[in-house]
Design a protein around this ligand. Sequence first.
Ligand code: MGD
Ligand code: MGD
Ligand code: SF4
Ligand code: MO
Length: 668
Amino acid sequence: MEIKKSACPYDCPDCCGLLVYTEGDEVIKVKGDPSHSYTRGTLCPKMARYERTVHSPARLTTPLKRVGPKGSGEFAPISWDTAIAAIASQWKTIIDTYGAEAILPYSYAGTMGTIQYSAGHSFFYQLGATSLDRTICAPAKSRGYRDVMGGTLPTAPQEAGCSDFIILWSISMLATDIHFRHDVELARQNGAKIWCIDTYETPTARYADHFTCVKPGTDGALALGLMHVLSRDGLVDEEFIQQYVTGWEELRDNVLPRYSPADAAAITEVPAAAIEELAKAFGRARAPFIRLGSGQSRYGNGAMTSRLITCLPAIVGAYAHTGGGLLTSASGSHAFDKSIIRRPEKEKGGVRHINMIKLGQALTDEKLAPPIKSLYVYSSNPACTAPEQALVQQGLLREDLFTVVHERFMTDTARYADIILPATTSLEHDDIYYSYGHYTVQRGDAAIPPVGQSKSNWQVFSLLANAMGIDDTFFQQTEAELIEKFIASTDTAWPLPVDKAKLANGEPVDLPLPENYKLDFKTPSGKIEIKNPAIEPALPDYRPPHYAKDDESFLLINAPDPRILDSSFNERPELTRGHIMELLMHPDDAQHLGLCEGDTVQASNAQGSAQFTLTLTARTAPGRVVSEGVWWNTLTKTGNTNQLTHARTTDKDDGSTFYDVKVNISKI
Ligand SMILES: Nc1nc2c(c(=O)[nH]1)N[C@H]1C(S)=C(S)[C@@H](COP(=O)(O)OP(=O)(O)OC[C@H]3O[C@@H](n4cnc5c(=O)[nH]c(N)nc54)[C@H](O)[C@@H]3O)O[C@H]1N2
Ligand SMILES: Nc1nc2c(c(=O)[nH]1)N[C@H]1C(S)=C(S)[C@@H](COP(=O)(O)OP(=O)(O)OC[C@H]3O[C@@H](n4cnc5c(=O)[nH]c(N)nc54)[C@H](O)[C@@H]3O)O[C@H]1N2
Ligand code: SF4
Ligand SMILES: [Mo]
């Protein structure tokens, strides 16, 4: 038996260090690497059995071509040569007839690995295909942070261990960032108080000492109400503001008077007394730490909400104290020069861009010129995870759409493919990883040979480049050569020297943080910009979410499920067994509608409808129903929550608004 180190490739802020135990060509087990400074030797239940994904009997092992009607899931094996030749021949015909923009790539973070995530960027730029705007996750959160803090490094999560007051703000810590709990526990042992702000009582809310239950999409008004109290009660740090903040006085005098606790309570449905209590506890804390998740950003006002929350630590001077600060997304991604693989200079000027969350519209818009004639999907499962699912499905059913899906499993999307290519898992290819939840980076080389005939994203794009006649030695590089370049790029990409030898050796490496990074504000003014003259509006203020204009009766909260990750891990029956597609509803609402526990109900709106099994619980407030998890449609009765979600975008940076949804509920 051999033990090799790697990192978890999934789209999770923890990016855990792994110990991979192999025997011959097989992964026997996977454990957490105790030498990883953030994840410290533990894994989530999904990855603690990663070998069940790697060696799943459901793995796709050969290229396949469709032999039944679109979407039927009927395929026959073909060779790689045949598959690549068929794709190249179809694409050449499409390019001749419609131009290369008739080809649309679609990918996201099925793997977060720096190489495999970006493996197709340069290929599609050089082809001249339509460019995909990858906005499905939380660009509005990053934007809101940037509007106040510019390029300032977010606070490291380990810092929270020294905090005396931690807010878990729209983060489902016990599902999506489980290792942060280590640091929260450290703080708790020293007497820190833990506060959770969410829209229903999650396990994380129960774990916290205090829970503030906010109306979905209204956290901006909550932040303003908190700032109102902090200002009114003299709990702001005037000295810090003087030295490090711009625009506070203008916000205080022009905006905050409209957000008394009573005003904020009317918008947020958080009682005024609870707003006062939270504000005072936050203002009196020595070193408050906010861990801001993505929930608040997935609304029409998501960038503004994130911007308003980002102002809070500034006015109490949290950054000046050990343990204080704010973590949204860590900037570990800045460790490597990603242009090495993405090659943005290869994108042809003026090429069309399509936002991935509008996939359904792009595939069904008859006026789109040129139309999308071919879709190439990798590292993503849009038939399951994209909003406006009915439209996405309608598009994928088009007989004249040539769809290629590079996948590990027969996902909802793969079922619609004309050609399926089998993909490796992270233990079968080389890559290098960074995290958006902490500052540790790591390379992970293949631990076993590819299962079946599967190939990595990079290998497939090398084959496609050759078949399409793209004469460029770039595509002849191996993944190992690219990794060497990424490691070398830390010299220029990261402000301090990174331990390159350790990184090359496959060990988890902590990126060194500049000593005063928390007070080194990378904005044009060099200060925290509560007022940002470069953007509109210069002063932040609350804006309502999209749903304020919708007529349906219930707000639909769709939250993560700890058993799966987006739609990944749906291939594991032991994880998806049990309750899926449940709808949590307050007993008063159920009584009103004449519904009982266990009823099959239909949630519907202008987008579509989906069926759920009803669970009655006071964990959710009246008027708000909750569904957890993005389940493969093949495991559901009539489709998952994305039958109900919109492709409306956020106020800035065109992000997704998965949580900005209203529905009507009826009994089946
Ligand atoms: N187990 C598991 N882990 C995951 C994922 C998963 O699906 N399952 N997904 C992965 C991905 S891609 C991502 S981006 C991250 C996201 O992980 P998080 O940052 O945790 O973000 P979300 O999952 O969007 O939502 C977190 C919480 O926000 C709450 N919320 C929703 N709307 C609001 C609001 O308006 N205000 C407040 N205060 N709270 C709100 C939800 O109820 C939920 O409990 O997790 C990653 N990790
Ligand atoms: N209703 C609702 N919908 C949501 C969300 C929500 O909270 N609610 N969350 C949204 C968010 S935050 C995100 S980020 C998106 C994510 O949505 P997706 O991008 O669709 O992510 P996954 O569902 O994890 O699917 C990733 C796929 O990539 C495949 N894969 C893994 N590794 C590789 C590889 O190396 N190569 C190839 N070719 N394939 C690979 C996996 O088998 C898997 O099927 O979902 C969004 N959708
Ligand atoms: S999914 Fe997240 S918590 Fe689980 S092993 Fe991967 S990085 Fe760690
Ligand atoms: Mo995400």
